[in-house]
Ligand binder design. Structure first.
Ligand code: LLP
Length: 443
């Protein structure tokens, strides 16, 4: 896990950097990213899948899903660890390109790509564009037709009906949602089959394969196997129908992590083995050779490698309904730097760091500085009863979907992302200033 160590005097270090010195240098709130932890997770996923899939004679590529958190340095790190980069917008694509990632190692997603985003992806020669609708298939093909050049490599995103993941908003493959083309076919060809046929009908497109992503923060691995079977079956049906057996299948991301002490993350070795066994069995049943696979983990790579460091401002005991007292601990950030508790009811763990307290603990709620009562970062956590202004508070596992979903609510400048490694810290994304925000306001 993250290189967090606590000395006997309570001093906490992350990757050898003391949190107090860190806070003095960089201020709070700040996202702290443990570089070697992140790299190890990237390597871990790649090795786990390469090993398990090599055993069944299939190749596999790991794309880092940049939506979880993307900066130039992080794109470089994961690429150095042998991963490719998955982007979901022109903005993420721009970061990957600025990092020097070759276009061939980049994928572009999105359910409503603009003409400009499509053009940029084609300019960059991205390795794959994942198309999400019949309209978009024509839009990409028309763009290629207008500019000339090689056919664009595309994958068709399909939905398998597998409903998985931590929250309704982050489950993406059940029927009533916006992503992908359904493999369900109550009458005639399924939307997914129609999408694949539409790609094959356009000479400006090269059909690489089929893509399926079933959700996020998945802790029950069975959904991956069900979805993989469904995609391989669709691939075999397309081959029967057209003679085209597509080369690639992407199984998406979604590998769940531990947010709270005692929670257990999905184990990449275990899940890779299970999925490999399942696709091997399915391919054998279908009588089709295995495709090349890819996966797109985001959270599992960057989530546990990050924590957020805050400073406590006020502490207020509040009598709650059952007559007991809850200690409200206000920190200098909140829902603008971590929207996940407010948006998904997500749970986090917080600890006072930088000093040791032998006070008994009290039931606390960690809240932000924003002007609404839903501005909660940690709903329930035991903190030392003497928690007080000036204490540093660390919230664990905030590396994914923290900074990437941060806002400027209440005109709060977004915190920096600071990498720590071998006892040194380096700012990857600087703190916004009031001037940054005011510069956008043209009066
Ligand atoms: N691939 C595709 C096509 C995706 O849509 C996603 C996530 C991923 C890969 C990466 O999933 P991961 O491995 O990170 O679970 N904001 C939400 C998560 C939204 C995920 C959207 N798509 C949250 O904070 O929980």
């Amino acid at each position: 896990s993250t290189g967090v160590a606590r000395a006997s005097d309570g001093a906490v270090t992350v990757a050898g950097v003391g949190v107090r010195a860190f806070a003095d240098e960089h201020g709070t709130p700040a996202y702290v990213l443990d570089e070697s932890d992140l790299r190890a997770r990237a390597r871990g996923y790649r090795r786990a899948f390469e090993t398990a899939f090599a055993e069944i004679g299939a190749g596999v590529d790991v794309y880092y899903a940049g939506k979880a958190f993307l900066s130039v340095a992080v794109a470089r790190w994961v690429h150095e660890e042998g991963l490719r980069v998955d982007t979901a917008t022109g903005g993420e694509l721009a970061v990957a390109l600025r990092a020097g990632i070759p276009g061939a190692d980049i994928g572009l997603h999105g359910n409503n790509k603009s003409d400009a985003e499509i053009a940029r992806a084609l300019d960059a020669g991205v390795g794959r564009i994942i198309v999400d609708s019949l309209v978009e298939i024509d839009r990409v093909a028309d763009a290629v037709a207008a500019r000339g050049g090689d056919p664009a490599p595309v994958m068709v995103r399909v939905t398998t009906g597998v409903h998985a993941g931590g929250h309704e908003y982050i489950s993406t493959a059940h029927e009533d949602q916006k992503f992908g083309l359904s493999i369900a076919s109550p009458d005639g060809d399924s939307p997914a089959m129609l999408g694949l046929l539409a790609v094959l009908a356009r000479p400006e497109l090269r059909l690489l394969g089929i893509h399926s992503h079933i959700g996020s923060q998945i802790l029950d691995p069975s959904g991956f196997e069900v979805a993989a079977r469904a995609v391989l079956t669709l691939r075999a049906q397309l081959a029967e129908r057209t003679g085209v057996l597509v080369d690639e299948v992407d199984l998406g991301g979604g590998y769940g992590i531990a947010y709270l002490p005692g929670e257990v993350a999905l184990d990449p070795d275990r899940i890779a083995k299970d999925v490999a066994a399942s696709v091997q069995a399915t391919a054998a049943e279908l009588g089709t050779p295995l495709p090349r696979f890819s996966i797109e983990p985001g959270r599992a790579i960057v989530g546990p490698a990050g924590l957020t460091l805050y400073t406590v401002g006020t502490v207020k005991p509040v009598r709650i309904d059952d007559g007991s007292v809850r200690t409200y601990v206000s920190i200098d950030g909140g829902m603008s730097d971590n929207i996940r508790p407010a948006l998904y009811g997500a749970s986090y763990h917080a600890e006072v760091v930088g000093r040791l307290s032998d006070a008994p603990t009290v039931l606390a709620r960690v809240v932000g500085k924003h002007c609404e009562s839903g501005d909660i970062v940690v709903h329930e956590v035991q903190l030392p009863a003497d928690v007080r202004a000036g204490d540093l508070l660390a919230v664990a596992a905030t590396g994914a979907y923290g900074r990437s979903m941060a806002s400027n609510y209440n005109h709060v400048p977004r915190p920096p992302v600071v990498a720590v490694a071998d006892g040194a810290s380096r700012v990857l994304v600087r703190r916004e200033t009031e001037d940054d925000l005011l510069a956008l306001d043209l009066g």
